[in-house]
Design a binder for this molecule. Structure first.
Ligand code: EPU
Length: 423
């Protein structure tokens, strides 16, 4: 295992380019299951989760070549429609193979994803949508066994207690594109990653209307072709770098982003007092005066609300912002594993149910801390950059699941960080 050693207190400077989106790439990789023709995806970040998805596709017998940020998939030789526990359990996005397998091959055996450190993550909406389309689904021995004589379009309400589901919508959408007749999905996710998937499906010949809105209308087609597509930039990585600049009081230019996907984060940062200029795909954070930053309240919500995937990083900034800020997590009420670790660095945070009440402090102090999930580890790195002294972020593999070469990018910006092996 590895840890990241962060020597705090150094301002960042320069330009950083945003990588392609992990959460757009993952379902788009599974879209290749819907066709017999070649698919090419560009801008795919080099991450552990991507490698896992490629292993799952290869396990189906598909030929997948990863060359830098380009992934070519030749799907013609399937030998299996089974996604095993040992792969699915390491990454929930792999459950997204279910919809396309059912649509194209009329059967699938996919392991249930299992527990997750950010809280319970059920798949009831995925299964509800697929059943509504006519799939017969049984759960046996931890596996979902699904089959159909042919999916049929229908009306599906896809909202749960926490709103829409991103991967649930992706799964049902990918099944519906090959179903007979019209499917209407209400309370569909509107996240840019889902819209990017819809763009891929349109390139393949699918008939979809309403992507980017809560109502998707899909007219099934008999066959889909291959595609070539460049994935959208990662809005969470871009947001993490915005916060890296804000928390270290640095001037930073972030290029290759989609600020139009980041309205809630930009708005909240401006409310704090962080100056961000937006020019097309570039965002420039100006050096500010953190003692003049203002406390804010943040509520995570489905897109276009404030993303849960930025909650931990925002918390790191608010720990150093004067006054009392309140974060309410409405997507994953238990996604607060970083709170205790930030506390070890001197943060003052009290929990009340799904709300974190943060009293800003003048200074955080470096400490050894434990990463629990991907975004929590990003928050600890940000806190480390802004701390006095040295922070060691253990279990770095969490960070490597979602941030492409983040330590190299930080070093290029002048940060003093390096990886070390742990016992
Ligand atoms: N939910 C249900 N039933 C379902 C599915 C979801 O109740 O069948 C609930 C979840 O428990 C949660 C809410 O609905 O309370 C939203 O979950 P969603 O299904 O939208 O999450 P997801 O699609 O499994 C994706 C991202 C997550 C991100 C969430 C929310 C990918 C690969 N993952 O997960 O990203 O937090 O949407 O935006 O796209 C990350 O990148 O760090 C990450 C966790």
């Amino acid at each position: 295992m590895e840890k990241l050693v962060v020597y705090g207190g150094k301002p960042l400077k320069g330009k950083v380019a945003v990588s392609g989106s992990k959460n757009a790439s993952l379902p788009i990789l599974t879209a290749a299951l819907l066709t017999d023709e070649k698919c090419v995806i560009e801008g795919v970040p080099n991450l552990r989760d991507i490698t896992t998805m490629i292993r799952i596709l290869r396990n189906f017998g598909m030929k997948v070549i990863q060359d830098g940020h380009r992934v070519s998939i030749d799907p013609c030789k399937y030998t299996s429609t089974e996604a095993p526990y040992k792969l699915v359990s390491t990454m929930r996005a792999s459950f997204c193979v279910l919809g396309p397998l059912l649509g194209k091959h009329k059967k699938a055996k996919v392991s249930l994803p299992g527990g997750c450190v950010i809280g319970p993550r059920p798949v009831d909406l995925h299964l509800k949508g697929l059943r509504a389309l006519g799939a017969k689904i049984d759960v046996e021995g931890g596996y979902v066994l699904a089959k159909t004589r042919g999916l049929r379009g229908t009306s599906i309400y896809l909202g749960g207690s926490f709103g829409s589901s991103v991967l649930g919508t992706a799964n049902v959408l990918m099944a519906a594109v090959l179903a007979k007749g019209r499917t209407v999905i209400e309370n569909a996710a509107c996240e840019p990653e889902l819209v990017d998937l819809a763009h891929v499906l349109l390139k393949m010949g699918a008939k979809i209307q309403g992507h980017g809105t809560p109502m998707l209308i899909v007219d099934g087609v008999r066959k889909l072709g291959g595609f070539k597509h460049r994935v959208i930039p990662d809005r969470i990585e871009a947001g993490t770098f915005l916060l890296a600049a804000a928390i270290t009081n640095s001037e930073l230019t972030i290029t290759g982003a989609r600020p139009d996907h980041m309205g809630a984060v930009l708005d909240k940062l401006r409310e704090v007092g962080v100056q961000v200029q937006v020019r097309d795909t570039t965002m420039i954070v100006r050096k500010g005066n953190p003692s003049k930053y203002r406390s804010v309240d943040v509520v995570t919500l489905p897109y276009p609300g404030f993303p849960t995937d930025m909650q931990a990083q925002m918390m790191a900034l608010l720990c150093r912002t004067p006054g009392i800020s309140i974060i309410t997590e409405k997507i994953y009420p238990d996604r607060y594993m970083h709170v205790a670790e930030l506390g070890r660095m001197g943060a003052q945070i009290k929990m009340e149910g799904a709300c974190a009440i943060i009293q800003g402090v003048d200074r955080l102090k470096g400490a050894p801390v434990m990463a629990s999930d991907l975004r929590a580890s990003a928050a600890l790195v940000l806190a480390g950059l802004a701390s006095k002294g040295t922070t060691e972020v253990h279990r770095l593999y969490h960070l490597d699941r979602g941030y492409d070469r983040v330590d190299q990018k930080l070093v290029a910006l002048g940060a003093s960080v390096h990886r070390e092996k742990t016992d």
